[in-house]
Design a protein around this ligand. Structure first.
Ligand code: HEC
Length: 202
């Protein structure tokens, strides 16, 4: 009987330590984090776009977590400064990602602000990056005759030779929301207090 009690209390103690280290401590660290001044909450269109980002599996190939200079050349690749917890206050669930088959997208709105580019790239990535292995998302678009296009619809301006013969490509509302979400991905405001005078010289 004695050894059962030891076993059970040992198991409980291990579980308690693991829960404290992996659940309670991280919660205490992040619960009071406030949104930085430069970060705006997502609009409803951006939130719809975010759902479509999840539904289309973009997170399986794209991370949203540029690393610190000490961990890799993310800043030199133009992916932005290392993110901090406050950058994710509006991200529920966060989309950190664990694969980088494609580039990190946490600052894609900074380095690629063009709606035309994003729409065209989603319709056919290889029209912009020959040999790209990113899938195309044709179901986010409609192919129509020019005469059928409504004035309110957004026509996709594809590079020469990539439009379907004699037709035009029109973005669906889902494609437009997804692009608004991508354009909103900007974490380039300052998050750390300015360095004290003379610190840079040392
Ligand atoms: C199978 C992996 C894969 C999936 C899934 C994927 N991508 Fe990509 N993505 C890539 C690769 C590889 C590149 C780099 C080549 C290129 O630009 O096409 C890329 C590039 C991009 C870029 C340009 C990045 C830059 O720095 O220029 C954007 C924006 C992008 N993807 C958005 C998306 C979105 C939105 C989705 C989901 C609808 C998605 N990707 C799904 C692999 C993927």
């Amino acid at each position: 009987m004695e050894s059962e009690v030891k076993l059970a209390s040992g198991a409980l103690a291990t579980l308690a330590v693991a829960t404290a280290a992996l659940v309670v401590l991280p919660y205490v660290q992040v619960r009071d984090i406030q949104a930085p001044e430069g970060l705006k909450p997502y609009t409803s269109a951006e939130l719809r776009g975010r759902n479509s980002y999840i539904a289309n599996g973009c997170v399986y190939c794209h991370s949203q977590q540029p690393r610190d200079k000490g961990f890799g050349p993310d800043a030199e690749r133009g992916w932005g400064r290392a993110t901090v917890p406050a950058d994710y206050v509006y991200d529920k669930p966060h989309l950190l990602g664990s694969m980088r088959t494609g580039p990190d997208l946490m600052n894609i709105g900074v380095r690629q602000p063009s709606q035309d580019w994003h729409l065209g790239h989603l319709y056919q990535p290889r029209a912009y990056v020959p040999g790209s292995i990113m899938p195309s998302y044709p179901y986010l678009f409609e192919v129509k005759d020019q005469a059928q296009v409504e004035p309110s619809e957004v026509e996709v301006k594809l590079p020469p030779g990539h439009s379907p013969e004699g037709k035009v490509v029109v973005a669906t509302p889902e494609a437009l929301d997804l692009v608004q979400y991508l354009q909103s991905l900007k974490r380039n405001y300052p998050v750390l207090p300015p360095e004290p005078e003379g610190a840079a010289a040392q």
